[in-house]
Design a protein around this ligand. Structure first.
Ligand SMILES: CC(=O)SCCNC(=O)CCNC(=O)[C@H](O)C(C)(C)COP(=O)(O)OP(=O)(O)OC[C@H]1O[C@@H](n2cnc3c(N)ncnc32)[C@H](O)[C@@H]1OP(=O)(O)O
Length: 630
């Protein structure tokens, strides 16, 4: 019997806010929410954005006014809305009007140029046309004749000025002792804590329920940590006259989000896994987890991805290849001199490139039996993740045919599992929807042709990148968070950043709505992702209700009702965290140097290995899987 990978929690952070309790999703569909949910969403965001603080059991704003559900919208609504989703890049990242670089200046002087400096600042070797005269106190006089080259600080008007930044005022670095850590890792720590707390499960109990090697962490970044604390600083340091620190290399690696979760959040000694597949990276890691769970190797999987790469170099790289929406092209599209920085990402509309975002997403999965045993909340299930390449390519960045295979196989599997009616009436697509002209044509063609082949008439297409931008590694995590939001609220987000669907989009059988709308309960979501190089991935995600029906078939009504009883305390714990998070108390889990394993205390024989701090042992009585060949 194959174990079913069940989603029991999801946490994270992106431009829309916190992932837990669908906060980010609700921010996006705010207009479609009822009054109470809208107010709760705004209050939670105000706390996240440090617009309110707790004073004597009350929330107050910067001026000391008490902020409650009733007045949060009138007092802070505008600030919250303008500080979330895609917007003009804020100075905390870099100055888009004066982006720093080094201008190279080559000159020739007929007369000698003379200046004094400290001897230890002289380049080595000293250029042959520099004459050096030693002065006292470590000073020297330099005399240059003829050719010289200088690199000087210079500033340029950046053609790309928008990004899906974490909410204004939210700073993961101040939530725990995050010194010298790149922003992507700080966001990972926040996201993992958010996922664990919002699960409502006692993490120690989860760890004690399985063998130490049955827990797996699967996570990655694509570019690695490119901020100055990571690879960005590592590569820039010497060129800018600075030195490389002891931390930049290690903290810069693209495996580090996985490593930080193991080392500082869960303390896991189980499977540790990192794979990257360009913009499909989250799904690649999810696939590894799903494969391990269905094979029985892993019982608890933490699947994550993070990327905080709103850096001038990354933007210039994507920008110069023509992949990002820039000011000139947006002005041309809108026939205006003013760029609307809230509407730079326009999936399936008339667009001119994507908008970069930042974020971290973490989901926790368990096998079906364990999810029931622990009274976990069943938030959906992922039976399979399909990954296919494009075959021979010309342009390495262009989309390709592999995505036909991943989408078609996902739809075929869903049809086999849930039947035609669910598939044709109650399934929807979380599109990659990058907002490039090539993407809108090619991705819509895939959906339209598959809809036609499977008799789907009006397939809802949702495109999260319209709101949070393209977060690269965690992008398909953003899509999964949206899927869970749709399952929980029965609200289908529209694409409100476009005026109309572009003429070249193939949408005969698609429903690309320009507004958010209420919908009937959905059964299946398809998370689709494609990346440079031919990295295509699609995951069918089954709804919580459908998953519970399947679990009841396998485990029986009795076990389901036992689970229901156990679930109550899980929901109570979730509520406690929700209340805390609503007030900006995130209880970040960061166990630096805590619970270290003394290797001398590891005991084992031929049957099992006992690791200090773990209830269960690692089994060593491994059977020969190739016995037939012995
Ligand atoms: C970011 C994502 O989400 S990707 C997944 C979704 N897909 C999309 O949204 C589509 C994204 N891709 C695109 O829109 C386009 O491929 C663009 C705009 C990025 C680039 O378009 P083009 O310029 O037509 O593509 P192309 O890749 O051929 O050219 C870019 C450069 O790379 C070079 N290049 C491409 N492949 C190779 C290769 N194998 N070896 C060497 N150079 C290569 C090209 O020669 C060209 O160089 P040049 O500018 O010096 O002539």
């Amino acid at each position: 019997m194959k174990a079913l990978p069940v989603i029991v929690a999801m946490g994270g952070i992106n431009a829309a806010g916190r992932t837990s309790f669908n906060q980010g999703f609700r921010r996006v569909v705010l207009d479609a929410l009822g009054q109470q949910q809208r107010q709760e969403t705004l209050l939670g965001l105000a706390a996240l954005m440090n617009l309110v603080s707790k004073q004597e059991e009350q929330l107050v704003d910067g001026d000391g006014n008490t902020i409650t559900l009733d007045n949060v919208e009138s007092q802070l609504g505008e600030q919250i809305l303008s500080g979330t989703l895609i917007r003009r890049i804020e100075a905390t990242h870099f100055d888009v009007d004066a982006t720093h670089w080094q201008q190279k200046l080559t000159g020739h002087s007929e007369q000698a140029i003379t200046f004094t400096t400290r001897a230890r600042q002289l380049p080595s070797p000293v250029p042959s046309n520099w004459q050096i005269t030693e002065l006292d106190k470590g000073q020297v006089e330099v005399r240059i004749n003829g050719e010289f080259t200088f690199k000087h600080d210079s500033f340029r008007d950046n053609p790309i000025k928008a990004a899906g930044q974490l909410p204004t005022g939210f700073d993961p670095s101040v939530l725990y002792n995050s010194r010298y850590q790149p922003r992507g890792l700080q966001a990972t720590i926040f996201a993992a804590s958010d996922a664990i707390h919002s699960s409502g499960l006692d993490w120690q109990k989860v760890m004690s329920a399985v063998a130490p090697d049955q827990i797996g962490t699967y996570s990655a970044s694509v570019a690695g940590q490119v901020n100055s604390e990571g690879l960005g600083g590592l590569f820039r340091s010497r060129l800018q006259g600075d030195r490389v620190s002891t931390k930049q290399l290690a903290l810069g690696l693209n495996t580090m989000s996985t490593d930080f979760i193991n080392a500082y959040v869960t303390g896991s000694v189980g499977t540790t896994f990192t794979t990257s597949g360009a913009c499909a990276t989250f799904l690649y890691n999810l696939r590894a987890a799903v494969n391990d769970i269905t094979a029985g190797r892993t019982r608890v999987a933490i699947v994550a991805s993070s990327e905080c790469a709103i850096e001038p170099e990354i933007i210039e790289g994507f920008g110069n290849m023509g992949a990002l929406a820039n000011d000139d092209n947006l002005k041309k599209l809108d026939n205006t001199d003013e760029v609307d920085y809230r509407r730079t990402s326009r999936p399936f509309g008339d667009n001119c490139g994507f908008t970069i975002g930042e974020g971290a997403q973490v989901t926790i999965l368990m096998d079906d039996a364990l999810a029931l045993e622990l009274g976990a909340q069943i938030r959906g299930s992922v039976p399979e993740v399909f990954v296919n390449a494009d075959g021979y390519k010309k342009s390495i960045t262009a989309p390709g045919p592999g995505n036909y295979i991943t989408m078609a196989k996902s739809v075929a599997l869903a049809q086999a599992m849930v039947g035609d009616e669910s598939l044709t009436q109650r399934s929807f697509v979380l599109a990659h929807g990058s907002s490039t002209p090539q993407n809108r044509v090619t991705e819509s063609a895939i959906y339209d042709r598959i809809a036609s082949a499977y008799g789907i008439e009006q397939w809802p297409i949702v495109a999260p990148k319209a709101y949070v931008g393209h977060t690269i590694a965690p992008a398909s995590g953003d899509q999964l968070a949206f899927a869970l939001g749709v399952f929980d609220t029965n609200i289908m987000p529209g694409i409100t950043t476009i005026d109309k669907v572009a003429d070249d989009v193939h949408d005969d059988r698609l429903h690309i709505s320009l507004t958010h709308r209420h919908c009937e309960a959905q059964d299946v979501a398809f998370i689709n992702s494609k990346g440079f190089g031919g990295n295509n991935a699609t995951a069918p995600v089954l709804s919580p209700e459908l998953t519970k029906k399947m679990l009841a078939k396998r485990h029986g009504e009795q076990e389901m009702s036992e689970h229901h009883k156990r679930l109550q305390s899980t929901l109570d714990q979730q509520q406690i965290y929700w209340q805390q998070a609503q007030q900006g108390e995130f209880n970040i889990i960061y166990r630096f140097g805590e619970g270290l394993i003394d290797e001398a205390d590891i005991h084992f024989d031929q049957q099992q290995m006992r690791i200090p701090g773990f209830t269960n042992s690692v089994k060593l009585n491994i059977e020969n899987p190739f016995a037939d060949m012995k």
